[in-house]
Design a protein around this ligand. Structure first.
Ligand code: PMP
Length: 317
């Protein structure tokens, strides 16, 4: 679907996957005026298809569009477009437990600009792909390195929204880390170089004495939908959850550490390396709290347990 700066999107259409034409002077190509989202469709054992909290992705795109001077589809338009795209690709939704259909909505300044300014035209696209587990280790723990050279986002920047440029800035740190055998990079805050921010594409949690802590949302980290969901699941199970500044020292002294995100869902952290020192967590990183929360959330997403939170949206096939 396309629109001008007024945000009145044309009726979208389902097209075969393939290249799209944009002007070489498109805002997205020259000034990074682009946002994306990521969500998943899961197949239940009865064959039906579930989306997980798609209206949360819609709201996050609307917030991000405000920051990036773009019009955005309404929550209803967004969710409807996601549903139509998944239905058109329903044969690609893997069986229960064998993965999911990853859904990638993109909003971009597709109109031509020369001087630095918001584009005169916008395009909203959704493409999908079946996926298995994000980290090659599957459900086993991941090994993170705390970044001491590169930063992901600074106060007043765009770290709090899902704009494409944020990912350009982490490619190098991630490449170096992967080259050394780490699964991913954990970033620290730019002001003190001491407080945890997030991993390249997921949020971070630490558990100490059964209290779960995670960095507060303050504009430099992405407000993850899995993060928010895990907080609610944990609270419903009686855990104390704190959203606050979490220091790297607390991380190194935690009982267990885990990451959350659409792609990784809940991934236990087996080890953290910081300034050349490696800390390993108990039970090879698969802590009891991460295990319990992971089981609850994936059960809900795949429709294996009753959705008492009202988070899943069933598609009418
Ligand atoms: N942080 C970053 C930088 C991300 O790219 C993602 C993935 N969207 C997350 C956190 C986790 O967000 P969510 O749980 O909504 O996938």
């Amino acid at each position: 679907a396309k629109c001008g700066p007024d945000g009145n999107f044309s009726k979208g259409e389902v097209l075969p996957f393939g290249p799209i034409a944009v002007s070489p002077s498109a805002g997205v190509l020259n000034y990074g005026q682009g946002l994306f989202e990521g969500l998943k469709a899961y197949r239940k054992t009865d064959g039906s298809i579930l989306l997980f909290r798609p209206e949360e992705n819609a709201s996050r795109m609307i917030t991000g569009a405000g920051r990036m001077c773009m019009p955005a589809p309404t929550v209803e338009q967004f969710v409807d477009a996601v549903k139509q795209t998944v239905l058109a690709n329903k044969r690609w939704v893997p069986p229960t437990g064998k993965g999911s259909l990853y859904i990638r909505p993109l909003l971009m300044g597709s109109g031509a600009v020369l001087g630095l300014a918001p584009a005169p035209e916008y395009t909203f696209i959704i493409f999908v792909s079946p996926v298995g587990n994000y980290f090659k280790e599957g459900l086993s723990p991941i090994n993170l390195i705390v970044e001491d050279k590169f930063h992901r986002a600074s106060p007043g920047g765009t770290g709090g929204v899902k704009t494409i440029g944020n990912y350009a800035s982490v490619l190098k740190a991630q490449k170096i880390a992967k080259g050394k055998g780490y699964s991913d990079v954990l970033y620290l805050d730019v002001v003190h170089d001491k407080y945890l921010e997030e991993v390249s594409s997921c949020n971070i949690f630490v558990v100490k004495d059964n209290v779960i802590s995670t960095p507060a949302i303050k504009g430099t980290i992405l407000p993850g939908i899995t993060r928010k969901s895990i907080i609610e699941v944990a609270q419903s199970k009686g855990f104390k959850v704190e959203e606050r500044l979490v220091s790297v020292d607390e991380l190194l002294n935690a009982d267990e550490v885990f990451c959350t995100g659409t792609a990784v869902v809940v991934s236990p952290v087996g080890s953290i390396t910081y300034l050349g020192k490696r800390v390993e967590y108990g039970n090879q990183g698969v802590g009891v709290v991460s295990q319990q929360l992971s089981k609850s959330l994936t059960g809900l997403q795949m429709g294996l347990v009753e959705d008492c939170m009202g988070w899943t949206v069933r598609l009418n096939q």
